[in-house]
Design a protein around this ligand. Structure first.
Ligand code: FAD
Length: 414
């Protein structure tokens, strides 16, 4: 299984590892899965690890399998930086396990957030190595994947609570959805499924597993129905859409990238998301407006609730939908990814989106929500070039790329 993200098959796996991205597959930390790098520094010097240089054998195998090398760890200098170019990267793939099941736990009430967090923590701790990371998404975020924006041509207003409730009712969307996957032998998956189910059963929920008979039969039945019938019966079409998305999400969890998550980027497109239905989605080419806010948050129930309130309060004044996802990296830390989706053809919307992100970042840092990745604008206005950390980065830059030829300013405030 390749360490994939939701960004689809056209995005660079090398670029994502270099950005220290992560995903929901078996190796969640994507740079963690990188075992060897070869490259060139900006000054033209070649980079090979010390182990590679020492190894005089024919296949020089150990460099590829042993991540940390010997001596100072320089591979990391290629990540979130502008010191060099990676020309070769070795990525550890996860072996496909004999059995797999993804799970989707649905919570009806928003108030259950606090109660479910210790349960997610428990699953992550007790099933380390069997369960990958776990995603927790709110209702609006789920709707952005399944529903069409109800605002029609007025793409610069968020959904009212009533609209959210109507859409959620139509599409059976719960307040919170917890998604994860179990990898292992047949019997391990069977036992883990049972135990995970009983852990979440401490609170009211609806659990769906990808290998549940209802899903398997549903897939079979819906695929047998003639296209004409599906088009005539809106409800069936919706069910098919949801099953397709469900199957595609499962594929991503098995390391096969696809475009299922890209629909989100079209939510505010001035042409309307439905005008892209059936087409190969390419948010960059289609001029979608999307910025990310990706802060790390303490995995404590009250901290996560405070964060949710913070996002729900901060985004609407800028006409930005507060879409919330948490990816639980460890049992003590979550990363939240807030997609700021806007109509790129509307200058007011572009301005609002950037101001919203700025407010989230500046206010968030005061509250301890610190982004783990920054876009190129933020790297300039947020990072303090006089600080000890960035001064040291500058000193390294002056040695590895003295003429400043590589991505000037990238993770290197000037
Ligand atoms: C809908 C959606 C969902 C997403 N979900 C996730 C997710 O779940 N997890 C996640 O981590 N990300 C996610 N992303 C972000 C996305 O995965 C990354 O931005 C992407 O993987 C990087 O691919 P790219 O083609 O943009 O890379 P590029 O733009 O090619 O690379 C990114 C940066 O890496 C550097 N770089 C690239 N190649 C080299 C090289 N050879 N040598 C040196 N530096 C290099 C460059 O500085 C470059 O700017 C998502 C994005 C979208 C749109």
């Amino acid at each position: 299984m390749v360490p994939v993200t939701g960004a689809g098959p056209d995005c660079s796996i090398v670029g994502n590892a270099i950005e220290r991205g992560y995903g929901i597959t078996h190796y969640t930390d994507h740079f963690g899965a990188v075992t060897a790098i070869k490259g060139l520094w900006g000054n033209g010097t070649q980079y090979k690890s010390a182990i590679f240089e020492l190894d005089k054998s024919k296949d020089q195998f150990v460099d590829k399998t042993y991540k940390w090398g010997v001596g100072p760890y320089l591979d990391g200098l290629f990540t979130q930086s502008n010191f060099g170019i990676v020309t070769e990267m070795t990525i550890r793939l996860a072996a496909r396990k004999p059995a797999f099941a993804s799970f989707f736990i649905q919570l009806k009430s928003d108030e259950l957030l606090e109660a479910v967090i210790p349960l997610i923590q428990r699953v992550l701790r007790d099933y380390q190595g069997i369960v990958g990371s776990i995603n927790l998404m709110d209702k609006r975020r789920m709707l952005s994947m399944f529903a069409d924006s109800p605002k029609g041509n007025d793409q610069h207003q968020i959904m009212s609570d009533t609209q959210v409730q109507t859409q959620a009712k139509n599409l059976n969307t719960p307040s919170w959805t917890i998604a994860g996957s179990i990898y292992g032998s047949k019997s391990i998956v069977k036992v883990a499924k049972k135990e995970i189910k009983s852990i979440f059963n401490q609170i009211p929920n609806k659990a769906i597993f990808s290998d549940d008979p209802v899903i398997l039969i549903g897939n079979k039945v819906i695929n047998l129905l003639p296209e004409g019938l599906l088009n005539r019966l809106a409800m069936l079409k919706k069910v098919k859409g949801q099953l397709d998305a469900f199957n595609k999400a499962k594929e991503v969890m098995q390391g096969k990238p696809n475009r299922v998550a890209l629909k989100l980027a079209y939510w505010r497109h001035h042409k309307g998301a439905d005008s892209f239905e059936g087409k190969v989605l390419s948010p960059g080419k289609d001029k979608c407006g999307l910025l990310w806010y990706a802060p790390l948050v303490k995995m404590k129930a009250h901290s996560m609730r405070e964060f949710v309130e913070f996002v729900r309060k901060t985004c609407p004044p800028f006409n930005i939908e507060p879409f919330i996802t948490f990816t639980n990296l460890r049992h003590d830390c979550v990363d939240s990814t807030i997609p700021i989706v806007f109509d790129l053809s509307n200058p007011a919307a572009v301005k609002d989106a950037h101001n919203c992100l700025k407010k989230l970042v500046t206010q968030g840092c005061k509250l301890g929500y610190v982004p783990y990745r920054l876009n190129i604008d933020q790297q300039q206005w947020l990072l303090d070039k006089e600080s000890d950390f960035w001064q040291t980065v500058n000193q390294i830059k002056s040695i590895l790329d003295p003429n400043n030829i590589l991505s000037p300013g990238r993770y290197n405030p000037r």
